[in-house]
Design a protein around this ligand. Structure first.
Ligand code: ADP
Length: 305
């Protein structure tokens, strides 16, 4: 019952200031934080914190941030034997400015994440061929991603694609390689042209996505919960009531939770509800991977609802 994640590892460097800088301006921020980020790392950390045996496939540079990212993944319990050190590229970083209203500017340097290629997939064959669930996102090149999906699926794994971040031009990718796709509101609109603001609009968007292959579509609707769709049926997963502080990585904690629940054999509806509880809880803490909830926190929220 294992989870494999192929994806990005970033070091997030976040500066907090009253307002965002203008072009050419030097602005003094009042504090900064560094923390593990990247959608792959966040989803792996979320699954591992819940207690899943989680294997990561990825790359970091031969630098301080890379060593620190590996250490942090290990602290979450993520197995990093398939995280390689790439001497030709830097570790991925995200430089984030946040103002007092939570508005942000983000610059990402993908570095080693974009150097992932077929050799990383070949080197991780043991893990891809035995995993129960494979988690994928859009922050590494597509060819190795598709290869990993094919390889894991041939041995019976469920493949979950988070189409995030979705390029504005859309995703010109054969989605039939994926069992489950989990776009948020923005990604759903980019992929289908429909902005999902309620159950009927989410259902209409999901219908289009089913035609591209995935049998399960989960539209993440932020504070409105989620919409779970299969070709036969659809249902709104209502949001859990929480005091939201910081919504960064809510979607990643949702996907980590979904992978955990499915790998434990839960059916789709309770698995989506479990994932939604993980997403909701992550908004009650600051940070990306650091905001991932524990199993007892999730069980607590589910039992109070
Ligand atoms: P992303 O981070 O990818 O944009 P969302 O913001 O849609 O994703 O959040 C993912 C999931 O987390 C939602 O589908 C929902 O279940 C849960 N969630 C997010 N924000 C809230 C909130 N304010 N209250 C309750 N649940 C939330």
């Amino acid at each position: 019952m294992t989870i494999a994640v192929l994806g990005s590892i970033n070091m997030d460097i976040t500066a907090y200031s009253d307002r965002l800088p203008r072009p050419g301006e030097t602005l003094h921020a009042h504090r900064y934080l560094t923390g593990l980020g990247g959608k792959g790392a966040n989803q792996a950390a979320a699954a591992a914190r819940l207690g899943s045996a989680t294997d990561f496939i990825g790359r970091v540079g031969n630098d301080h941030f890379g060593r620190s990212a590996i250490e942090q993944l290990q602290k979450f319990g993520v197995v990093t034997r398939h995280v390689s050190i790439d001497p030709g590229n830097s570790t991925g970083i995200a430089i984030i400015n946040v103002d007092r209203n939570g508005e942000n500017f983000i610059t990402v340097v993908a570095g080693a994440n974009f150097a992932i290629d077929e050799t990383d997939i070949a080197g991780a064959a043991d893990c891809l061929e035995t995993t129960t669930v494979l988690l994928l996102q859009m922050e590494v090149p597509w060819p190795p991603m598709l290869l990993a999906a094919k390889r894991a699926r041939a041995k019976g794994a469920k493949i979950i694609l988070d189409p995030a971040p979705a390029p504005a031009a859309g995703i010109d990718l054969d989605l039939s390689f994926f069992d489950i796709i989990t776009p948020n509101e923005t990604e759903t609109e980019i992929l289908t042209g429909i902005h999902p603001h309620d159950a009927p609009t989410a259902a209409a968007a999901a219908k289009q996505l089913h035609r591209r292959g995935p049998q399960v579509v989960i539209v993440k609707l932020g504070s409105r919960g989620a919409y779970l769709s299969t070709p036969e049926t659809g249902l709104h997963v209502p949001p859990f009531k929480v005091e939201a502080l910081d919504t960064v990585a809510a979607g990643d904690c949702f996907n980590g939770g979904l992978a955990y629940a499915l790998s434990k054999g839960m059916d789709l509806v309770p698995a989506a509800r479990f994932a939604s509880a993980c997403g909701a809880l992550s908004t009650t803490k600051y940070g990306a991977a650091a905001a991932a909830p524990t199993l007892s926190e999730v069980d607590g929220l589910l039992s109070r609802a």
